[in-house]
Ligand binder design. Sequence first.
Ligand SMILES: CC(C)(COP(=O)(O)OP(=O)(O)OC[C@H]1O[C@@H](n2cnc3c(N)ncnc32)[C@H](O)[C@@H]1OP(=O)(O)O)[C@@H](O)C(=O)NCCC(=O)NCCS
Length: 250
Amino acid sequence: MSALPACCRYLTARIDDVPDALDWLSPRERATLETLRIAKRRQDWLLGRWAAKQALAASLARRDETPPLRAIEILAAPDGAPEVYVAAVAAPFAISISHSGGRALCAVVPRTVAVGCDVERVEPRDDRLVEDFFLPDEVAAVRRHEGRARDVMVTLVWSAKESALKLLREGLRRDTRSAYVAIGDPPVAVTRWAPLAVRCEGRLGSVSGWWRRSGDAVLTVVTGIPVAPPLEIEARDCRTTRRPRPEVPS
Ligand SMILES: CC(C)(COP(=O)(O)OP(=O)(O)OC[C@H]1O[C@@H](n2cnc3c(N)ncnc32)[C@H](O)[C@@H]1OP(=O)(O)O)[C@@H](O)C(=O)NCCC(=O)NCCS
């Protein structure tokens, strides 16, 4: 068995990718699904699980491990963070999951690395959100942009905060202003990974990460130790019948 490289891999999935049959879920996962009463929440949960299982199956295959998808379990810890088990044993990977607008993102790293990821659709957001949830320097950075560039900037700062708060396993229980996002002045159409940093108040200090545009969305990934730009897990690496999709132009 080869040693795990400290790299981050990611996969995006769309709602159309999720099979109708549920035989890829474990009995415990099916029991969790049964508790979700709201259709949108069920759909998001299934989409996130499908993205994560595809990403994990591809990552395990690189270690010559090919368990059936239903043996790869993603269970929520008491704080809500997803944890991975293979045949009921803790897996060598840590993951983070996000879903937005019918699209899911899953980031996979070695288990010893903390990770948070987020996908957010770029859309106009109110000044009030910026003033209530951002730090003064972040507000100033947003004000340097107009139109679509402003929308990207707001989405990016929000998404990077969510990624950092997921890495901390606290989510929005923690004040969004306890995480300062430093990204400089990004161009609107970054379709390759670009670096970012998030300074978190308290025990963690700074974490580094990456962001990119993908179609009408922004993706962010932050990790507890610096890693190279995330590598995409391609459709051909997945155990799925879906065909590779062309990238939607930004
Ligand atoms: C975590 C949080 C920031 C996610 O934000 P969001 O915009 O609603 O949703 P996203 O799609 O980006 O992310 C959702 C995923 O975050 C993950 N998540 C949830 N709580 C988390 C936590 N404490 N730490 C890390 N990841 C977490 C889950 O995998 C979740 O997807 P799933 O429930 O389908 O598996 C937000 O839900 C939050 O702050 N929750 C507070 C913690 C909480 O109440 N958790 C719920 C169970 S205790």
